[in-house]
Design a protein around this ligand. Sequence first.
Ligand code: HAM
Length: 424
Amino acid sequence: MSSAFQAPTGTHDVLAPDSALWEGLIATFAQFAFRAGFTLALTPMFEEIGVFNRGIGEHSDVATKEMYVFEDRGGRTYALRPEGTASVVRAFVQHQPTVPYKAWYVTPAFRYERPQAGRYRQHHQLGVEVIGSDDPAVDVEVITLAWRFYQALGLTRVRLLINSMGHAECRDRYVSVLRAHLNEQRDQLCDEHRGTWSQNPLRVLDCKRDACIAVTTEGPMLPDFLCADCTAHFATVRRSLNDLGIESTLEPRLVRGFDYYTRTTFEFVADALGTAQNAIGGGGRYDGLSQQLGGKPAGGVGFGSGIERLLLARDAEGISTNLINRTIDIFVVDTTGADVATVLVDQLRGRGYAVDRSFDARSMKSQMKLADRSGATVALLVGPQELAADEITMRELRTDDVDRAQRRVSRDDLWSALRELLHK
Ligand code: HAM
């Protein structure tokens, strides 16, 4: 006997009514992105593994432990996308659109992580990337877009943490001092990083274990190692955010998990979510990534935000409103057995109404139950009597006014009656 299949561990099916919240979130983000001059980018869900190894870094946790890697039937090694940035930059290098290239995306991302609340093996990100500009105003545009989007979702308990990693030389200078510090303190590091810190010392700053936090808190801090240009760039970003009324908190240990970051890095933390998995979004600059992927030098900056975590943060703040109306207007109940419903539904939808109906020749009672459950404002009933008189019974489903609740209208008057009732 076979048992029924389940969705894989760490993945989720998103069905109604939750899926309506997803629609609202995605539609709102699309609108924000459109208003800010971004165009949609769709790239493959899998790429040659080098796109991610070179982009996010061979020694990053995501590349070493979390990537879904597979060989296809032609013997090529691919990886499922663990994040959105590397693919968009690969596409930028390949197609060379005019700069600045401003793309937005919504995509699943795959990471083999230990599943827990807010951490999944397939999660979904909304994000933007701007490629081809070094201007700090672009960093500000990207951060502002995220911030205003979170506000539109109703989130109030979000903090913006920000840091600058400088460009390659600042970073190298910092890493050599950090390396010396970690070497001195290596016995105090957590079990994992005691053995691996020298491969990529910056990863230790990202470690959430107390031992590594203690060692790095008393160590050298990145902002002290920035050159004059990077210092000025960072100061401009922070000043502009301040001018926009967007408060940012300097977090000198914020290096984030991928090697491609340069200069500005940032993370949005939802305090309502407690401490574990409370990052609802993050991003930064990646000025070397285009070259790492074989393209010309091109500065870039973007962010990604986890849809699941955004919804968890909304729940935690007690926000239940949807951003999009997903209740239907009309439910058609047909007990004639003829194809009245089929034709009527088509006409109604053609006029722009959201309409559903029942199938399988159910009883009147059973169809009315479905009509109630559908959330529709009004049911249109066609039985043998209505059919003979060329009329329709309109039953309002969401009113306490008994007089108005049900009436017969002629087919000719149906459209004006619906307009009056539904205001459309
Ligand atoms: P990230 O910080 O790895 O950055 O992911 C972005 C967001 O995706 C996180 O803040 C979180 O909300 C969500 N997220 C990440 N991993 C999981 C997971 N396992 N389960 C649920 N949600 C998750 C990036 O991916 C970069 N590509 C962002 C970026 C864009 N940087 C520059 N441009």
